[in-house]
Design a protein around this ligand. Structure first.
Ligand SMILES: [Zn+2]
Length: 184
């Protein structure tokens, strides 16, 4: 951040009085600009044992596969955000189920939250942020081409739980970027 989004003056990075961390401070209008982690909401749409995945049409990780997920908006619940993202990216209407995984992605300053979801009908298509959308059997999941480690974690936990006949909540913390080649 270089300029104050409130008054347009130049901001300085320093620890305000009574605070513990450096913040972008505007001396012109007195505004302290706090940057906090953003919530990414997703779901694991299950249609009779097959999982709906989207191939990304946008960066980062264009061309790689993800579960439907995206940034939460103001004024919606976690479940609404997960269902909305699924409709936007995969044109699929899901019934959001139990909370499956919470992944702290420290290097991206994000928290990724994944719900289990039922996809009652095999009706879906590519939203504007997807190149293609498809159902995958567990043995056909393209593990090498999954876009994000949070997704891989959520999917692996999902299958493990399903095999064990349980629905647990799993936590993970990621703190650096994976060393993987970029997509075409
Ligand atoms: Zn200002």
């Amino acid at each position: 951040m270089n300029f104050c989004s409130h008054c347009g003056a130049k901001v300085q990075l320093r620890i305000p009085p009574g605070d513990q961390l450096p913040r972008y401070v505007c001396d012109a209008c007195g505004t302290v600009h706090y940057h906090n982690p953003r919530l990414v909401l997703g779901c694991i749409p299950d249609h009779g044992g097959q999982i709906l995945l989207c191939r990304r049409a946008i960066e980062p990780r264009r061309g790689y596969w993800t579960v439907p997920a995206g940034f939460m908006e103001n004024g919606e619940t976690l479940q609404q955000a997960a269902a909305r993202e699924c409709y936007e990216e995969a044109l699929a209407r899901v019934e959001i189920g139990s909370l499956a995984s919470i992944v702290h992605v420290l290097h991206a300053e994000q928290v990724h939250v994944f719900f289990r979801a039922n996809l009652p009908r095999a009706e879906f298509g590519a939203g504007v942020e997807s190149l293609e959308v498809a159902l995958f059997s567990p043995e056909d999941i393209p593990w090498a081409d999954i876009a994000f480690r949070s997704n891989e974690f959520a999917l692996r936990c999902y299958f493990k739980d399903k095999a064990a006949g349980r629905e647990m909540l799993h936590f993970e913390t990621l703190d650096r970027k994976p060393a993987r080649p970029k997509a075409e």
